[in-house]
Design a protein around this ligand. Structure first.
Ligand SMILES: NC(=O)c1ccc[n+]([C@@H]2O[C@H](COP(=O)([O-])OP(=O)(O)OC[C@H]3O[C@@H](n4cnc5c(N)ncnc54)[C@H](OP(=O)(O)O)[C@@H]3O)[C@@H](O)[C@H]2O)c1
Length: 243
């Protein structure tokens, strides 16, 4: 087995995902740049390669079965295994999202991408991850999905405006992460949820106050956990986040 680690980052053509790919590339890893738009994916790969990273394009729409199956086949053919999967692709579904008026399409988009997409990609990549000596899965969640934060006195400061689709989709993702950790316990696969903080990206109209590079740090940490590292947790740069 080659020494070089192999990673796949979904939604890596921009924002936090791009910086996660850049960070893993800087470690000398071979990084699959998942992107639903081939042109945007290839542009990101060019940029990462210009920065010295060993990056390759992986056309990947997390909401599309055939696309995800093809992405797994591409990685199998190219590398025969996968060491790290970062489920980063995500959408808000569009704002505002008051529960009394939210569109069903908005709900479906958020859950289809942020939850079902993660399950679809994870299950397609698991056979490749099982061939790694130290497989890691990182699910990009958000503190806005923390029920504890949503119901605390400081809630509005940490969980933002009403969000009937995006926030619950991240709570759902957190719950799913716990279920995976239970099933995968003892296999060597470590799976955790991460919050990047409030980061200036397209997702929030660049209103965040952290840089995408800062947002990528927790994912890089969880992608490179030692074998005795945690699984089934929810973390940001400061440590565990309450569910
Ligand atoms: N920014 C924040 O403050 C913040 C805070 C907490 C958590 N997060 C989470 O961090 C992750 C990255 O967000 P970001 O802020 O970097 O957002 P972003 O700049 O909008 O990037 C989102 C990425 O996901 C991709 N994507 C969306 N739908 C997809 C699909 N169906 N299939 C494949 N890729 C898809 C986008 O591709 P296109 O370019 O094709 O649209 C883009 O590459 C998300 O999971 C988000 O929920 C962000």
């Amino acid at each position: 087995m080659s020494e070089q680690k192999i990673a796949l980052v979904t939604g890596a053509n921009k924002g936090i995902g791009f910086e996660i790919a850049a960070g893993l590339g800087a470690l000398g890893w071979s990084v699959g740049v998942g992107a639903r738009d081939t042109g945007r994916g290839e542009a990101a790969v060019d940029k990462l390669r210009a920065g010295g990273a060993d990056a390759f394009a992986v056309p990947l729409d997390v909401t599309d079965d055939a696309s995800v199956t093809a992405a797994a086949a591409l990685i199998e053919e190219r590398h025969g295994r996968l060491d790290v999967l970062v489920n980063n692709a995500g959408v808000t579904g569009g704002m505002p999202q008051n529960p009394t008026t939210v569109g069903i399409a908005t709900l479906r988009t958020a859950v289809e991408t942020n939850v079902i997409g993660v399950i679809r990609v994870t299950n397609a990549m698991l056979p490749l991850l099982r061939r790694s000596p130290s497989p890691r899965i990182v699910n990009m969640s958000s503190t806005v999905g923390s029920l504890t934060h949503q119901t605390s006195a400081a809630g509005p400061e940490t969980t933002g405006p009403l969000s009937a689709a995006y926030s619950p989709s991240k709570s759902f993702l957190n719950a799913v992460t716990i279920q995976y950790a239970k099933e995968l316990h003892g296999t060597g696969i470590l799976i955790n949820a991460a919050c990047p903080g409030y980061v200036a990206t397209d997702l929030n109209g660049f209103s965040g106050f952290r840089t995408p590079e800062q947002g990528a740090a927790i994912a890089l940490h969880l992608a490179t956990l030692p074998d005795n590292g945690p699984s089934g947790g929810f973390f940001d740069d400061a440590g565990p986040i309450p569910w």
